[in-house]
Structures are given as structure tokens and as C-alpha cells.
Design a protein around this ligand. Sequence first.
Ligand code: FE2
Length: 345
Amino acid sequence: MLFETVVSGGCRSYLIGCEETCAAALIDPELSQIDRYLALAARDGLRIKYLVDTHTHADHFSGTQQLARQLNVPVVMHGFSPAPFVDLRLQSGELLVVGKLRLQAMHTPGHTRDSMCLTVQDRVFTGDTLLIGGTGRTDLPSGDASALHDSLFNNVLKLDPATLVFPAHEYKGRSHTTIGQELAGNPRLQQRDRGAFIEMMQNLNLTMPTHITEALRTNMTGGKTVAQMLAEAAAAVPFMSLAELRAAVESDKCDFIVLDVRERDAFQEGHIQGAQHLPRGQLELRVNQELPDPTRRILVYCEFGRVSTLATATLRQMGFRGAVALDGGMKAWREAGYPVIPGAN
Ligand SMILES: [Fe+2]
């Protein structure tokens, strides 16, 4: 068995491969680490056959959907996963055949309704059901402390005590543990009575993960993250530097339209000399009146450089092949001490 752990902050992903056949499965991949997984698989001579999420993650962006598109292989989750892009929905006891390896699914609801653990040979991937010295939380959407109690005490913890445990999260740098070690030393597992366990889980008072809304939105629906939207727009447009724009504006030979896509108040408070105002929210509907010549070069700016990137991508989609985004925004322009013109135009 070939085995790689990828650590990214507190998150863990696992690449598990069959030496004989070069087939591999990737468990809990993160969007930001996609190039690393592919590089590791290539280095080890592995071909990824399955992309597995142990559950709907609320704390990071899953990389399964994008990798599935790139590699043309199925996304695997438990049958209760709400994500529409899942190709293979496993039930408890079902196997994934990865060359000579067999990954067996065990439905372990509690952290989420769609949580599953996967056993293979001497180890179990526990997702967020069982962590080293902890358990997954049960206060996020579809969490259920009573179900977690069942999943742990009637299923996961009944595995051979020598079974190696590889969780989806680890914050103290430990690589793995065993079922026996967790039974003996995990503080959350010392409360074996169901009622007491539920009460303990309901009184942990944990802070919400950052990006929870966006992570759930994208992981449950297959939609794009804001960062993906911006990266896609940025990849499709050219940029102009602040200094270049300043030089053009001050030369009195500015041969392009400078377009401010902020709201009216921001424009009136101060804009770049000669700028034309067309708020992002009205761009598509007013573009024909405001920008009648599609061949003109148009420099687009906003406050921070993000909305202008999206607006420039939209303009280029609409045929304005000369649309360019400012690298930076009005904030950076002001901070650079460049001239700001107040009032309407
Ligand atoms: Fe989780």
C-alpha cells in the first residue's frame, strides 16, 4: 500500500494507492491543495480512481468536484450527501475497489448525517467522527449527538483496537492513533452513557468555523467559491498598473475610457480624473447607452480591485475586447497619494 498524508492547516487529506496496479483513492481533498495531490500521485506513479469526501465539510472547500472534472473520475460520498455532483453514493458495508485494495464504507452519522468512515487493511479513515483525543462536533447543520454516540460506541470503537486511526482533522501535528489508544485516553470517549455523552456534546460552546456559510454552500451544491469566481475573472482579463493609469490620465492624451464601477456616493466623494461612472449593478443594463463603441479600450476600476475584475470579465464577455482592469483600486490609488477629483461628472 502506498500512503501519503497531506497536511493543510488543521485539515488532513490522504492518498492511498495499490502498489501493484497503481490505482489510488484520494480522501477529503481540499480545493487549495489540488496541485499537491496531483504531484504526489505522479511522483508515486499512482492514478487516482476515486475522490472521496468522508462527509459534507463545513470548514474548508472540498476539492472533489474540481478534481473530478480534471481527472474524469467519480466523486464518492455517503448516500445521504446532499451534493448533486456526487457520482457514487455508498451505503454502509459497500466497498470501493482500488486495485488490490478494498475500501469499506461504514456509515457513522453524528458529526453530519452523511458522515462515513472508510476501513482498509490495518487502518480506518474516520473523517470527523473520531479525532485524535476528540470527536467531531455535533452542533453544525445535520449534526446529532445521539447518532454520534451510536456511531462511535456501536461501530467505530468496535473495530480491532490495533486499527490505525487517520482523522480528517488534527491540530497538534500527530500523524495517527489507534482505536485502542482512543478508547483508553480520548476524554470525549470516557462518557459512555448516552445521556451524559449528549449533554457533554451539547455544552461544548465551540466557535463557528470561519467560512462556514460559504463552505456549506459550495460543498453542498457544487457552486463556486468567491475566490474561484475572482480567480476565473482575473485569468480572463488584462490588468493595468496604478502608475500606468496615472501617467495616462495626467498626460492629457488619455486615449481610453476610465470607467468607475462603484456606487454613486463613492464616485461623488472622489474619483479618478475624467472617469465615467457606471455602477457594477447597472453595467449590463446600461452598457449599450454608456459604452456605444465596443472597440474602445476601457480601463475599469472600483474600490479594491475585485468588483472591477468581475466587471471587466463581464465587459469582455459582452464583446468589449479592449476592457482592462486596474491592478488595485481607488483605495490603493488614494494611498499612493494620486489625485482624486470630487463631485459628479
Ligand atoms: Fe467536518
